[in-house]
Design a protein around this ligand. Structure first.
Ligand code: 13P
Length: 289
C-alpha cells in the first residue's frame, strides 16, 4: 500500500496504550529488515532517515526505495525525515514523497522555534505531509546536533499548549531524560513530567534516544501516553555486528556481496520485533484506519 502520514499512523496510539516504533536506517538491508520485522508482527512502523542518511543514500533514492517497500506489504508504513534543521532539505523531502518530516528548531528561542516550525507545517500541508517538532532539548549527539547537558533542557509542560496550537504540528518530541546514542550510565526518566505533558496536550508525543532505555521504562512511557519511540544507534550497532560476523564466517573465496550484507536484514528484523513487543504495537497494523 501507499505510505501513510505520521498523523495517520499515530492516531489511536494514546487511547490504545501502544506506541509506534520509529527506526533509523542507513541503507537497503536495515530498512528492509525493519519492514520485515514489522510485517511479522503485523505492526505499523515508521522508517526514519536522518539528514546524513539522506545525504548518503540520496533523497529521491530513499523516497523511491521506501515507497516501494510499502507497496509490497500490507502494513502501514510512514517515511519520516529525522532531525532536520535545513529548511531547503525539508521542503525537497516533502516534494520527493516523504510522508513526515521533523523540523528540529529546538536550539532556537521559543518564538523562533514556533515561527520556523509553523513555516514547515504550512508548506507540508500543501502536500498532505505530517510534521514533528521539538520543544526542550534531547541530549547526546544525533547527526551534527550535539547537546551536552540534557538536564538543562527538559520540556516545560507550560510551554506546550501554545506551541502546539500556534504551529499546527502533528507530533511533538519532548525531552524527559533520554539522550541520543549509547548511555554511559542508566538514563533517569522524568515520568512526572511526562504525565504533565500528556495532561496538557492531545498532540502525540515522541520519545527520542530509545537505544539503551530499559524495557520497564519503555513500558511506563507507553502506559503514560507516549505515541512514537525512536530507536537508531541500536540498529546501527546491529548492522555492523551482523556484517562483521558474516565477513568472519565466510572464506575469502566468497564474493557474492549478498552473503555479507544479507544477514543484516534478519538481525535488524529481530531487534525491531523485540521493540514492537515492548511498545505494544503488534497486531495494531490497522488500528490507525
Ligand atoms: P538513539 O540513536 O539513541 O536510539 O536515538 C534515535 C533517535 O532519537 C533518532 O531521532
Amino acid at each position: 500500500m501507499s505510505l501513510v502520514t505520521l498523523k495517520e499512523i499515530l492516531a489511536g496510539t494514546r487511547e490504545g496504550h501502544y506506541a509506534v516504533g520509529a527506526f533509523n536506517f542507513n541503507g537497503y538491508e536495515d530498512a528492509q529488515g525493519i519492514v520485515e520485522g514489522a510485517v511479522e508482527k503485523n505492526s505499523p512502523v515508521i522508517l526514519m532517515a536522518s539528514s546524513s542518511a539522506v545525504k548518503y543514500i540520496g533523497l529521491y533514492q530513499v523516497a523511491g526505495m521506501v515507497s516501494g517497500m510499502a507497496k509490497s506489504v500490507d502494513i502501514p508504513i510512514c517515511l519520516h525525515l529525522d532531525h532536520a534543521t535545513d529548511v531547503a532539505m525539508i521542503k525537497e523531502a516533502i516534494r520527493a514523497g516523504f510522508t513526515s518530516v521533523m523540523i528540529d528548531a529546538s536550539a532556537l528561542p521559543y518564538e523562533e522555534n514556533i515561527d520556523k516550525s509553523r513555516e514547515i507545517v504550512k508548506f507540508a500541508c500543501l502536500y498532505g505531509c505530517s510534521v514533528e517538532a521539538e520543544l526542550g532539548r534531547v541530549g547526546g549527539k544525533e547527526d551534527n546536533i550535539v547537546v551536552d547537558d540534557p538536564s538543562a533542557a527538559f520540556t516545560d509542560p507550560a510551554a506546550v499548549p501554545r506551541f502546539v496550537e500556534e504551529t499546527g504540528i502533528d507530533a511533538l518530541a519532548v525531552a524527559i531524560g533520554t539522550a541520543h546514542g549509547f548511555y554511559k550510565s542508566e538514563p533517569k526518566l522524568d515520568f512526572e513530567r511526562l504525565q504533565q505533558l500528556v495532561a496538557v496536550t492531545d498532540c502525540p508525543l515522541v520519545l527520542h534516544g530509545g537505544t539503551g532505555v530499559p524495557e520497564e521504562d519503555f513500558r511506563r512511557c507507553v502506559h503514560t501516553g507516549m505515541s512514537k519511540i525512536n530507536v537508531g544507534t541500536e540498529l546501527k550497532a546491529t548492522y555492523s555486528h551482523a556484517l562483521r560476523k558474516a565477513v568472519a564466517d565466510n572464506p575469502e573465496s566468497v564474493f557474492d556481496p549478498r552473503k555479507y550484507v544479507g544477514p543484516v536484514k534478519a538481525a535488524c528484523a529481530e531487534v525491531v520485533k523485540g521493540k514492537i513487543d515492548i511498545f505494544g504495537s503488534a497486531d495494531k497494523a490497522w488500528s490507525c484506519r
